[in-house]
Design a binder for this molecule. Structure first.
Ligand SMILES: [Fe+2]
Ligand SMILES: [Fe+2]
Length: 313
């Protein structure tokens, strides 16, 4: 007969201990998990998907339109402006879905075999669940607005495939942070925009709340991964993140949105490229990101040249 006091063998320790985990990082993840438990949304019930779209309401605040402030904008009818802004926001949402697919795979791969009892693991999976709901929410919003599927350029789509398969650590979380930061500033305006469609205001509000946690997590992960990193690794990460930013920012609004609004695509693109207002908006949306990159030694000369080309700096 077995003794009832016989010791149960303790579980085998994880063969793959996380080399970068710190108590500070664990604290951040724990706080983010608490916040997610208190304030998370289900877009399926939060948004009134059946409400008709008021014909005069914009897709995004006009000042966030790529053509705002140009000669072409002044020539456009009000109806063309409404159509353009709906296609612009739809294109940004579709790019958002594309990027959320990339980041879900990167985060999942990064967490492979990590301690399931750890707060970092649990928050990472919470983030993936958030992104899953976000992508479905953006898909529904595009369908509701009658916006077609704006796919990234073929070369860019392949580059995304490579990035999501190869990027890890600070490069993966850097790419994630770039996309989240740029979208965050725009969406803070969209969620309060006057005469902006309710589905855009609602989806933006949900995204801003949940993404603010993702950004804190990404910043913490980047700091942890770079702890003790040498100059070469930091320079490589800086360049890789900037290259990712270039692709994200130049893919956000598909050129076909101008055709959808009955405009000449060539002229529209030329006016967007020359627009001082557009450059100022891009710089505004990148301010926080640039400050964080500078603090962490990720704003090297080579990276700064790339950010300047797309007017993020
Ligand atoms: Fe998201
Ligand atoms: Fe996110």
């Amino acid at each position: 007969m077995a003794h009832s006091t016989e010791r149960i063998p303790s579980p085998v320790p994880s063969p793959v201990p996380s080399p970068v985990h710190t108590p500070a990082g664990d604290d951040v993840s724990k706080r983010l998990l608490d916040s997610a438990a208190v304030l998370s949304y289900d877009p399926a019930v939060e948004i009134d998907w059946d409400a008709p779209l008021p014909p005069g309401h914009y897709g995004l605040n006009p000042e966030w339109s790529t053509l705002y402030g140009t000669a072409l904008w002044a020539e456009m009818t009000e109806e063309q402006r409404v159509t353009l802004t709906r296609h612009e926001v739809g294109s940004i949402m579709t790019t958002g879905i594309w990027f959320e697919m990339i980041l879900q795979q990167m985060v999942l791969r990064d967490q492979y075999l990590k301690d399931p009892a750890g707060a970092e693991f649990r928050f990472a999976l919470t983030e993936i669940a958030d992104e899953c709901r976000h992508s479905i929410m953006f898909a529904r919003a595009c369908e509701k607005m009658g916006v077609p599927r704006y796919r990234p350029h073929r070369v860019v789509a392949h580059a995304g495939r490579a990035y999501k398969s190869l990027a890890r650590g600070e490069l993966a979380y850097g790419g994630i942070l770039v996309a989240e930061e740029v979208l965050d500033v725009m969406q803070r305006d969209w969620m309060r925009g006057e005469n902006v469609l309710d589905i855009v205001r609602g989806t933006s509000r949900i995204h801003v709340v949940e993404e603010s946690r993702h950004m804190k997590f990404a910043r913490q992960e980047i700091r942890e991964r770079l702890r003790g990193a040498g100059a070469l690794r930091r320079r490589n990460a800086a360049f890789g993140i900037a290259a990712g930013a270039y692709v994200i920012v130049t893919s956000m609004v598909h050129p076909s949105v101008y055709r959808a609004a009955g405009l000449d695509v060539g002229r529209a693109l030329a006016e967007v490229r020359a627009s001082g207002h557009r450059r100022a908006m891009m710089r505004t949306s990148s301010r926080h990101l640039m400050a964080f990159l500078a603090e962490n030694g990720l704003l090297t000369d080579a990276a700064a040249r790339i950010y300047r080309r797309v007017h993020m700096l």
